[in-house]
Each structure stands twice: as structure tokens, then as C-alpha cells.
Design a protein around this ligand. Sequence first.
Ligand SMILES: Nc1ncnc2c1ncn2[C@@H]1O[C@H](COP(=O)(O)OP(=O)(O)OP(=O)(O)O)[C@@H](O)[C@H]1O
Ligand SMILES: [Mg+2]
Length: 244
Amino acid sequence: MKIIETKNLVKRFNGVYAIDRLSIGIEKGQITGIVGPNGSGKTTLINLLSGVLKIDSGEIVVDGTEKITRILPHQVFFYGITRTFQNVRLFEQMTVLDNILVVITERNIFSSLFEKHIEYHHKIAEEVLQKVGLWKKKNQLAANLSYGQRKLLEIARALAMKAEVYLFDEPFAGLFPEMRKIVSVIVQELKQKNKTVILIEHDIGLIRELCDYIFVMNEGRLLAEGKPESVLERKEIIEAYFGN
Ligand SMILES: Nc1ncnc2c1ncn2[C@@H]1O[C@H](COP(=O)(O)OP(=O)(O)OP(=O)(O)O)[C@@H](O)[C@H]1O
Ligand SMILES: [Mg+2]
């Protein structure tokens, strides 16, 4: 079953096509890789799927029925979609813990008035911070974390949203091996829970290891799709991706 489909999706910046009539289908409960050279439109696609950017034309269909043509970022959770950013976005002057609590309470603003819910929110926050190894740092300001820890905090925040679809924009980039391992386990656990993961990644080894299916993009268009092992050995894909 397709949980997200794009139909002839178009996004231009100053007349230049960042996404050019892109039609793809994302299978529910799988890990789908989005690969392609720099500037091929991967982040723009995620920005459209998460309502950060407005679609120029075409449409996004969620769960077979809900059509997103104009959706605002704070509404996107309604569709069960959450994301992380290629350039991490945190509340710098808040603590690690508050960075998590703020997104949980934001979408439960009424229920958070009741103490038992506050306790429940803390439980979720502890669970996700333990998972990324940041529970001990819960009282530090986000601004004081290392680059890798900041990326992990953003992933923890996405997990705290308990969404159906997780959009991860290069979550492994710049991480040390032990942190990469944490992210890799998280991605695989989401799949085990039948959640859908869309993963933008440059590392072909990770793509092969994690992804059930991949879309290869080039200049905003779909170059190829299929299982990583078959797509990634095609000569024209390797050339487009790595250059000659
Ligand atoms: N806000 C913007 N304003 C103008 N042009 C943009 C904007 N965002 C992206 N672009 C352009 O759209 C194209 C696609 O960019 P995008 O960031 O989606 O690529 P990407 O595949 O994520 O690349 P990378 O691998 O480097 O992250 C590029 O030509 C980029 O310069
Ligand atoms: Mg990008």
C-alpha cells in the first residue's frame, strides 16, 4: 500500500526547476531511499512533503485520499508526517529535555494542562532521549551540544512525535561511527513497527544496507527506481551519481 504518492510534482525557484514533474509512490512500512547528486532536488522534495515549501503544481496524496496541495508545517503532523532537517533546527536556548517536551505538548496543548499527561510527556521524552544516548544531557542547552549530538536530538524529537512517516534528510552525515549505529538502529526499529521511513542519504553502503527501495533523482527528475542492489549497479546511474 502506498502511504504517500506524488503526481507530476513541480517546484521552481526563480524559474529553475528544483522538482520537475516528479511522480513517485512510497510504500507503507518500508525504508525508502532518496539518492542523487548535490542539487538534484532531494531536500526540496522533503520540504514539499512536510509543508515547508508550497507546491507549484501537481499533487501529493497521503494514505490514498488526503490531498496536500497547500499545507502549513505545523499542520503536517495531522497527516502523520514528521521530519528532520539537513541543517539541524533546534531551540538553541532551551534545554535538551525542553526541546523534546515542546513538540509533544505543542500538539497536545489541551491535554498537557492535566498533570498525568505531563508525566506521560516526560516518559516519552525520557524514552526517546535514552534511545539516542542524550538522557544524561537533558539539562544542557541545545546550543552546547556537539554537532552529532544535535543531530541525534533532532532525531529524538522526530521520534517523540510518534508519527506514521519519518522524513530524514541526511541523518548520518557528519556522524561518528557509534552515532551512525544509533541512527541505523532507530531506522530499522521504525520499520519493525511498520512505520514508513524516507531516507535521504549519499552513502551507498548505508543505502544498500537499510533501504528496501530507492528513487534516484537527477536535476529534479526521476532517473531510476527499484531495489538498491539492482538500481545501484546500473552504469548510467553510477555515472550520473559519481560523475565520469
Ligand atoms: N530556497 C531556495 N531558493 C532558491 N533555490 C533553491 C532553494 N532551495 C533549493 N534550491 C535549488 O533547488 C535545487 C535543488 O536543491 P536541493 O536542496 O533540493 O538539492 P539536494 O538534492 O537536497 O542537494 P544536497 O545533496 O546538496 O543536499 C538546487 O539547484 C538548489 O540550488
Ligand atoms: Mg539536501
